[in-house]
Design a protein around this ligand. Structure first.
Ligand code: SF4
Ligand code: MSK
Length: 656
């Protein structure tokens, strides 16, 4: 029987642009994924290339039970077992993911320090309240000192967190006390962010750590150094400098590009450049300059996580998520795609060559062969942004009208649910508190919480798993917190407006959302902002009534379309923080049953959280719901829920 062809996307704009790509003979990630099948040995984590005696391929034979003798023979030239090879590959992904978030955090702290020292006048403290709270948390004197004096001390403390050689990361103290004790007992509290990543790379070198459990302890340290370190520092400092997000109305999908405007797309992760572009694209002088070239105006559009950053703080519309980056250029209406770091496909340059689009790299850590390089100078961010915008405007006359086709697809969304905002929305400005959320979880209107995060992956139907999973969760009264490309998938199908509650949620969740006026999927930011989910979970614990640790909460996490190494680092810090975490698409350790079982079962005993893999998003959602119910039972609040909600007629109506 012929294999059924998998749909490429559930998104109309994406399908339209893929059709255009195929008409014009342009190669995209979708098409390449179809042509190039993944290597099954690498996909299982059974290939080691950690030394020049390899690469050693030690695949597990599919479809038959392996005998102990066969397993013993499945080793690399050095004798490395399937367990060691799979574990080393897995923790190296954590190292790369943590390094990416950590390096992002470091750059943000550097810009913050420049601002505090008065070496750049273009950035300033936007959230004074958050700055002061951070100062209190870090023991920085406030007194009569200026914001910049306080900020400088904060910058110096945060800077040290990266290179600290001993002690504990400071932000670990943001976790519930019980969680901190668990980490101390297991010896996984990170010392310094860089140190844990370096040690992890050392321990995965040929002939060092050969015990998968020991490797995972260090993997956990590096992952915690991401979630409760590099990522958390980024989020906190970005909020101080660029403002803490508050609910903001915007639009998403390729239809936000404007046919008669100069369109500039900003794509990547670090928000400093995007912030300046958001400000400078409003400059009347530059708008007039665009008009002088025949355009009606200037349109800034975000892509991937940078999009989340500038949309939440400025309402800048979002062009799309990870798998739409090439497609944005294929509209033929993009004068410049401006990129910094992470998740930028190298294929972009080839696509840009087919149009007039300039691909502009801005970060010296991330140059792209063939792309133009215009350095973003953090000492003079405004000037850098102006130069980039001018280059885009100058390119407008090169646009070929005959090549322009913008899909008329866009959806409104409300985003910007920082943990502070959730606090205010639920408790009111003067009584900010998570109490109403906890009460609604306890009384069963809200069955539980789910964090649905992560990427798109060209190996699975674009956006489909995100949307199916989220809808299943909502139907079952689970409030969804989302970040990254997952959040964008939800927004594109209209799940991020308050009206969605009535249509997609079970009666309990719908009632809460309608009363408070929030969408049932709360957009909490970029992938770095998964740290907001950790803080929100801790706030729920601290408010009481739902146990004394994150692992007690009726909550679960998922990344149904993950692809990046950062996702593995995020998953591991969620697991180590006590969260049941389900990934979809593919699982990278199946070459070792023992190691995989350790991740899927063994970790629960240690951390109260564990990994799971389920490629069917609806089944994955049901696993999450079963876990939520298990936790409700343990808390003794399962009865309350039945009394409030489980009317079968209502349920049938809901499912019908
Ligand atoms: Fe092969 Fe061992 Fe070298 Fe890995 S470290 S490539 S398993 S010899
Ligand atoms: S951009 S890491 S594809 S979420 Fe953060 Fe999206 Fe994943 Fe990149």
């Amino acid at each position: 029987m012929a294999e059924e062809k998998q749909a490429k996307s559930i998104d109309q704009a994406t399908l339209e642009m893929l059709a255009k790509a195929s008409e014009e003979g342009i190669s995209t990630a979708f098409e390449r994924a179809e042509k190039m099948k993944p290597c099954p040995i690498g996909a299982d984590g059974s290939c080691c290339k950690n030394c020049a005696m390899g690469p050693c391929r030690i695949p597990l034979a599919k479809g038959k039970q392996e005998t102990p003798e066969e397993h013993a023979k499945r080793v690399g030239v050095c004798g490395a077992t399937a367990e060691t090879v799979a574990a080393r590959n897995f923790v190296r992904m954590i190292a790369a993911g943590s390094a990416s978030h950590g390096d992002h955090g470091r750059r943000v702290v550097e810009a913050f320090k420049l601002m505090a020292e008065g070496k750049t006048k273009d950035f300033e403290i936007k959230d004074e309240q958050k700055l002061l709270k951070l100062a209190l948390d870090l023991g920085v004197e406030i007194g009569n000192r200026s914001n910049n004096e306080i900020a400088l001390d904060i910058a110096k403390i945060c800077e040290k967190e990266f290179g600290k050689q001993e002690g504990e990361l400071i932000f670990i103290k943001n976790a519930p006390l019980k969680r901190q004790e668990i980490w101390r007992k297991l010896g996984v509290v990170p010392r310094g962010i860089d140190r844990e990543i370096v040690e992890l790379m050392h321990r995965t070198h040929m002939g060092v750590d050969q015990d998968y459990k020991n490797l995972m302890l260090q993997g956990t340290k590096a992952a915690l150094a991401d979630g409760w370190g590099g990522s958390m520092i980024s989020t906190e400092i970005q909020d101080c400098m660029f403002g803490t997000p508050t609910p903001t109305l915007s639009e998403i999908n390729l239809g936000v590009l404007k046919e008669d405007h100069v369109n500039i797309i900003v794509h990547g992760h670090e928000p400093a450049l995007a912030e300046m572009l958001a400000v400078e694209t409003q400059d009347p002088e530059l708008i007039n300059y665009a008009r002088s070239k025949g355009a009606k105006g200037l349109q800034l559009v975000g892509m991937c996580c940078t999009a989340n950053e500038v949309m939440m703080r400025h309402g800048v519309p979002i062009g799309g998520n990870y798998l739409q980056q090439e497609l944005a250029i294929i509209t033929g209406a993009v004068e410049a795609m401006v990129v910094d770091v992470q998740c930028i496909m190298q294929g972009l340059q080839e696509v840009a060559r087919c149009f007039h689009t300039k691909l502009i790299a801005t970060d010296n850590r991330s140059k792209i062969t063939g792309a133009e390089y215009m350095a973003f100078d953090e000492h003079q961010p405004r000037e850098s942004a102006k130069a980039i915008i001018r280059a885009a405007i100058d390119n407008y006359p090169n646009r070929a009208a005959s090549k322009v086709r913008i899909p008329k697809v866009k959806t409104p969304l409300i985003a910007g649910f920082s943990h502070e905002t959730i606090n205010y929305l639920l408790g009111g400005l003067f009584r900010a508190s998570y109490r109403p959320l906890n009460d609604n979880i306890i009384n069963g209107r809200i069955r539980g919480l789910a964090g649905v995060v992560g990427c798109n992956n060209a190996r699975t139907t674009h956006d489909s798993a995100h949307v199916l999973m989220i809808k299943e969760l909502l139907k079952n009264d689970v409030l969804v917190l989302s970040t990254g490309c997952a959040a964008m998938a939800a927004a594109k199908v209209g799940l991020m407006v308050p009206e969605a509650a009535k249509e997609f949620c079970g009666p309990g969740l719908a009632e809460v959302c309608e009363t408070v006026g929030i969408p049932p999927v709360l957009h909490m930011g970029a992938c770095i902002d998964n740290s907001r989910i950790l803080i929100a979970a801790t706030a729920v614990v601290k408010d009481g009534g739902l146990g004394d640790d994150i692992s007690d909460l009726p909550a679960a996490g998922a990344a149904p379309e993950w692809m990046s190494e950062k996702a593995i680092a995020i998953g591991q810090y969620f697991v180590a923080s006590g969260v049941y975490t389900v990934f979809g698409t593919t699982w990278p350790t199946t070459g070792s049953k023992e190691f995989t079982e350790y991740l899927f079962e063994g970790m629960e005993e240690m951390y109260g959280g564990k990994w799971a893999f389920e490629p069917d998003p609806v089944k994955a959602a049901q696993l999450m719901i079963a876990h939520i119910d298990k936790k409700r039972k343990a808390l003794g609040i399962d009865k309350a829920r039945e009394r409030v909600l489980y009317d079968m007629a209502m349920r049938r109506e809901l499912e019908g």
